[in-house]
Design a binder for this molecule. Structure first.
Ligand SMILES: Nc1ncnc2c1ncn2[C@@H]1O[C@H](COP(=O)(O)OP(=O)(O)O)[C@@H](O)[C@H]1O
Ligand code: SF4
Ligand SMILES: [Mg+2]
Length: 404
């Protein structure tokens, strides 16, 4: 990339042209890779651990902007075990959504690109004959032979993603209106999921399934099946989104700030619903939120992100009872509690996240960290394992410090 003059906070015309040229070259290369035709063998892989449904490893997702490269996700690794809820937390802008959008391959090119890393996912699909038709299961009407395949989603050509998106992995967004189509009824949109994903599904089967899903999310189908999205409240729309995500029977649901746009009482209801669903579905939930209270209530494992990197991860117990990273400790202090009366200021971690275009070579938290030592001006800290499930990227826990 073009060398930028960091001594001033503006770019010269020459620098802007150099950035544009370098960006154009990279974007062209990455778009060609994304749109290539590839044999399945190119993106079939193996899981590192059998207990996981998703393994994100060293993921890099960048935005090639006029000011330079925004390294929104800069070497992120975390796992989602089968039948578990993994919570991802961190201040706004730290790369939580860009990571999950990368998993769904919804990053908007040519500016946004997955540049490096792996996203391994265990897909459970219909076994198909030479013509591509699903093979019926002998002696079980309406059922089909299934097969498990591990894909590296990051390496899939974009036109293969239909194998996974919306079917194996479903997503619930913050603002349901953006994902519901205003010109179709709720029933039509729900039916569509079944018609699209279940071989041989009839309209009647689809309707029955849609009604079942609506009941599952606490909606009386008669009132809502024929309604249009704008006729429903925000809470109801979010329930419909959850019903829609469930209709495809996904193995992984990604819920990105699913309650942020709702008012507090509805938030609690939606969280209860997700909790309920967690027990009912044979799958996992990746729950993204900046709300630590939500994570404490729902998650089995927690991933803490800061400025495009994972800085700590562990079980919910480890992260809440024994947080290691000064940032995680700071986040917990900033968590609102019921005991705070209105006159009490919330604790805020002082300082700002560094400029995402010119990240320093040292720990990104250094300028805000009260525990910083001489070592913190050196290399970016590596991940240190402090228990079989607990990892932290901070020099305070480096091997030599632990041993000495
Ligand atoms: N389309 C885009 N163009 C440039 N930068 C982007 C784009 N989308 C996201 N980013 C940047 O990526 C970073 C991570 O964003 P995001 O994952 O949305 O954060 P959050 O943790 O709040 O979900 C932010 O610095 C954001 O400004
Ligand atoms: S590496 Fe240093 S600056 Fe970074 S969080 Fe740890 S103590 Fe603070
Ligand atoms: Mg987000």
């Amino acid at each position: 990339m073009a060398k930028q003059n960091t001594a001033k906070n503006y770019l010269s015309g020459k620098e802007i042209r150099a950035i544009a040229k370098a960006n154009a070259k990279e974007m062209k290369r990455l778009e060609a890779y994304k749109n290539r035709k590839a044999d399945e063998s190119e993106f079939l892989t193996q899981m590192k651990k059998q207990e996981n449904i998703l393994e994100i490893e060293d993921l890099h997702t960048f935005f090639y902007t006029e000011q330079g490269i925004v390294k929104a996700v800069n070497g992120v690794s975390y796992d989602v075990p089968k039948n578990a809820v993994v919570g991802v937390v961190g201040e706004s802008g730290c790369g939580k959504s860009v990571t999950s959008m990368s998993v769904m391959r919804l990053i908007q090119g040519p500016t946004g690109q997955i540049v490096d890393g792996s996203i391994r996912f265990v897909s459970n699909e219909y076994k198909r004959d030479e013509k591509g038709n699903p093979i019926p299961k002998a002696g079980a009407e309406g059922e089909y032979e299934m097969v498990e395949k591990v894909y590296d989603i990051a390496k899939m050509p974009i036109n293969e993603i239909h194998r996974i998106r919306g079917k194996q992995i479903a997503m619930i967004f913050q603002e349901p209106m953006t994902s519901l189509n205003p010109v179709f009824t709720i029933g039509q949109q729900l039916d569509e999921v079944t018609l699209l994903h279940v071989p041989g599904a009839t309209k009647e089967m689809a309707k029955a399934k849609s009604e079942e899903m609506l009941r599952l999310v606490g909606i009386i189908p008669e009132n809502v099946y024929k309604a249009f999205p704008h006729e429903l409240s925000g809470g109801m729309r979010q329930r419909v989104m959850i019903a829609m995500a469930l209709a495809a029977e996904p193995r992984l649901i990604i819920a990105d700030e699913p309650t942020t746009a709702l008012d507090v009482t509805i938030q609690a209801q939606i969280l209860d619903l997700l909790q309920d669903i967690k027990d009912k579905i044979d799958g996992s939930i990746l729950l993204i939120t900046h709300d630590l209270g939500v994570i404490a209530e729902m998650a089995d494992y927690v991933v803490v992100m800061y400025a495009g990197k994972v800085i700590e991860k562990g079980t919910v117990y480890e992260i809440f009872q024994d947080p290691k990273h000064p940032y995680t400790i700071g986040l917990q202090k900033s968590k609102p509690t019921m005991s705070l009366d209105d006159s009490t200021e919330l604790y805020n971690i002082p300082g700002n996240v560094p400029n995402p275009i010119n990240m320093p070579a040292h720990c990104y938290f250094k300028e805000r960290c009260a525990k910083c030592t001489a070592k913190c001006s050196g290399e970016y800290p590596g991940m240190v394992q402090v228990s079989p499930t607990h990892f932290v990227a901070c020099h305070l826990y480096d091997e030599e410090n632990n041993n000495g």
